[in-house]
Design a protein around this ligand. Structure first.
Ligand code: PLP
Length: 377
């Protein structure tokens, strides 16, 4: 997306609403306003749309319709998975140190165990095996990281759990993975899977948790018993319908998007590595999702760089949007063993389906100029 001279390279923070999602939502912001929990014609109309959306979302996630719980976003889906399962089964919850705060803080709130990751950001298998035992009830490992784009080997993690923690349920936060990876296949071994609509062209404040048959979670939000008692509250029908439309488009176009955006990302990363001395790439590119370009510019403070980039029309981020503003090294980079000054020199340029050649051209022009200016050259 190049709005005039703006290159939006913050798609891991949020994506623009896809036109098909908007079109699907509009009737539910207008005439089709029913509450799907009711019995009359207007309610039934909303319920039909809700269940149609559920079928589509289930299909895109490799789940059955009854296994989909609609939530108010990815954070809530992660909370429901971990807190909801722990409330039901007790035991110990475990996650790697590189998880999104939606998982990390939930695990901390339950007194859980946090295990280290390697320098490439992959879960340390020996440490994970050590943290597992019969008492472990939930292990939460994200499919793709929001800062570095690193993809975890979920099938291998599932196998480790079966060996060392036979009572554990695997939850995966697939919020950042869904735009790029076939979550239906890659997360098939995880009984709990969280997604969030606004990361793939849907609206903000809507998400879903797959709760596979045979796994029960206690609700985190209590009330009228919607979503088969797993998540109460009147359904956000427009949001859910918009999420389903965005999911369909994402899945239909994913292969083409990954190929096209991956090429753009490589041009951007390789171009900046060549043009800016003292630049390092975070993580192993071969293990990252196609839209992630995460670089560290030696001697630079990313907060200052982001201001110059913003002035020059490049929207980027220094880490996850949830923590930007706090000038602390990212917990993800720290977990990878990157020291504080190095971590504070990092910038995430995240591409998406709407990213164009012009966006990359602008970043390739602006970033080297801004870094040179900050270095006083
Ligand atoms: N998990 C990951 C990996 C994310 O990147 C995000 C959003 O940044 C979330 C969870 C939270 O999702 P939401 O913004 O829908 O609450």
């Amino acid at each position: 997306m190049n709005q005039g001279e703006i290159a939006y390279l913050d798609n891991a923070a949020t994506t623009p609403l896809h036109p098909e999602a908007l079109a699907a939502m509009l009737p539910f912001l207008g005439d089709r306003f029913g509450n799907p929990s009711g019995v009359h014609a207007v309610a039934r109309d909303a319920r039909a749309a809700l269940e149609e959306a559920r079928d589509l979302v289930a299909d895109c996630l490799g789940a059955r319709p009854g296994e989909i719980v609609f939530t108010g976003g990815g954070t809530e889906a992660d909370n429901l998975a971990i807190t909801g399962l722990h409330a039901r089964r007790g035991g110990t919850v475990v996650c790697p140190a590189s998880e999104h705060h939606a998982v990390l803080h939930t695990v901390a709130s339950l007194g859980g165990r946090v295990v280290p990751v390697t320098a490439d950001g992959i879960v340390d298998f020996d440490a994970l095996a050590d943290a597992l035992d019969d008492d472990v009830s939930v292990v939460s490992v994200m499919l793709a990281n929001n800062e570095t784009g690193t993809v975890q080997p979920l099938a291998d993690i599932g196998a480790l759990l079966r060996e060392h923690a036979p009572n554990a349920v695997l939850h995966t936060d697939a919020v950042q993975a869904f735009p790029w990876l076939d979550v239906a296949t890659l997360a098939a071994s995880a009984p709990l899977v969280a997604v969030s609509a606004h990361k793939f062209g849907g609206p903000k404040g809507v998400g879903a948790l797959v709760v596979r048959e045979g796994v029960a979670v206690d609700p985190v939000i209590h009330g009228g018993g919607q979503e088969r008692d797993r998540r109460s509250g009147t359904h956000n029908v427009a949001g859910i319908v918009g999420m389903a439309a965005a999911m369909r488009v994402t899945v239909e176009e994913r292969e083409r998007t990954v190929a096209r955006v991956g090429t753009l990302r490589d041009r951007l990363a390789d171009g900046l590595l060549a043009a800016v001395p003292g630049t390092r790439e975070t993580g192993d590119r071969a293990a990252k999702v196609a839209g992630n370009c995460h670089l560290r510019f030696e001697g630079i403070e990313s907060e200052a760089l982001l201001i110059l980039l913003d002035e020059a029309g490049v929207c980027a981020s220094a880490g996850s949007a949830c923590t930007s503003g706090a000038i602390e090294p990212s917990h993800v980079l720290t977990a990878m063993g990157i020291d504080s000054a190095d971590a504070l020199s990092s910038v995430r340029l995240s591409l998406g389906p709407t990213t164009s050649d012009d966006d990359v051209d602008l970043a390739l022009k602006v970033v080297p100029e801004a870094v040179a200016r900050l270095r006083g050259r």
